[in-house]
Design a binder for this molecule. Structure first.
Ligand code: NAD
Ligand code: UDP
Length: 317
């Protein structure tokens, strides 16, 4: 039985990862400061004897004896990471240093949840791992983008300087149950707006694209990456290459929910990437991984989750 630490384990992706790691027979420590994560996401795991919950902030050092670390702690939605940009940078950078220090001491394997945002507003399409990106270092998104880029730098240097066993994945837009209903991300926004018959807010003209990955596909990719041979460090893209415009997404959500919502157009936030799609050839070759859940199937599971959520909770909780 492996002991696995998941930082950010009470968040959207972290809670699914903890669940899968427990199912696979691991002993799991979930570490979270509950900035965007909530106990509700992991409440069903609290009775499991192999699950431990620790309230802790990754900007402070943490000690525990573990075999593997998945480093996810970091707010991921633009609203949340821009709320306190300095804290976002500290979380990415000091969190990485603290977790890499722990991995070094324990000779543990450590995986960094990096992001497609390291490519910024990309000039290369689809994005391959050897593209260096087009990031505004002083823009609204820079606290997140540059924080994640520096975390990748730290991971690489801890590997080359100290032989730490590292893995880096670059996650593309992921959605599914347990997304925060108020975190402003497009899939949760559109579904909640459609289910409550409120206007669907498209920023810009809706021609910008994203490629949406269902959370179960991501979790499988993360675990495959952690279990891959030690000499495969990444970075490797983990995402679904099916690309949609934001307008297409809005229309699909309206159609699938049978909503009366009308589409309204709002200003596009600054530095909003125009297009994004992963090239996943490296993941296919090195991990024998590709996503298997298409947008319709994933959206129907996510819509069902939010229908249930809205019956039992008030928005804003
Ligand atoms: P989330 O906000 O639901 O989860 C982040 C978790 O980290 C939350 O539980 C939060 O409370 C916790 N956290 C934040 N700051 C912390 C700190 N200082 N100390 C301890 N815990 C802290 O977001 P998510 O979508 O689940 O994202 C998880 C990870 O995946 C993040 O690192 C994010 O950058 C990365 N990622 C996500 C996406 C996506 O589409 N969801 C895309 C690319 C990368
Ligand atoms: N978006 C939108 N309406 C919303 C929320 C987001 O049109 O209510 C757009 C946003 O401007 C971006 C895309 O949807 O172009 C994806 O936004 P999200 O915040 O989910 O992810 P990211 O921009 O970080 O990829």
């Amino acid at each position: 039985m492996k002991r696995v630490l998941v930082t950010g384990g009470a968040g959207f992706i972290g809670s699914h990862l903890c669940e899968k790691l427990l199912l696979d027979g691991n002993d799991v420590i979930c570490l979270d400061n509950f900035f965007t994560g909530v106990k509700q996401n992991i409440i069903h795991l609290l009775d499991n004897k192999y699950f431990e919950l620790v309230r802790h902030d990754v900007i402070d050092p943490f000690k525990a004896e573990v075999d593997e670390i998945f480093n996810l702690a970091c707010p991921a939605s633009p609203i949340h990471y821009q709320y306190n940009p300095i804290k976002t940078v500290k979380t990415s950078v000091m969190g990485a240093i603290n977790m890499l220090g722990l991995a070094k001491r324990l000779n543990a394997k450590i995986l960094q949840a990096s992001t497609s945002e390291v490519y910024g507003d990309p000039n290369v399409h689809p994005q391959t791992e050897n593209y260096w990106g087009n990031v505004n270092p002083i823009g609204l998104r820079s606290c997140y983008d540059e924080g994640k880029r520096l975390a990748e730098t730290l991971f690489m240097n801890y590997h080359f300087q100290n032989n730490v066993r590292i893995k880096i994945i670059r996650i593309f837009n992921t959605y599914g149950p347990r997304m925060h209903p108020n975190d402003g991300r497009v899939v949760s926004n559109f579904i909640v707006q459609a289910l409550t018959n409120n206007p669907i807010t498209i920023y810009g003209d809706g021609s910008q694209t994203r490629s949406f990955q269902y959370v179960d596909d991501l979790v499988n990719g993360m675990i495959k990456m952690m279990n891959s041979s030690d000499d495969f460090l990444g970075p490797v893209n983990i995402g679904n290459p099916c690309e949609f415009t934001i307008l297409q997404l809005a229309e699909k959500v309206i159609d699938m929910t049978g909503s009366n919502s009308k589409i309204v157009f709002k200003p596009l936030p600054s530095d909003d990437p125009i297009r994004r799609r992963p090239d996943i050839s490296l993941a296919q070759k090195m991990l024998d991984w590709k996503p298997i859940i298409n947008l319709e199937k994933g959206l129907s599971k996510t819509i069902a989750y939010f229908e249930d959520y809205l019956k039992n909770n008030k928005l804003g909780n």
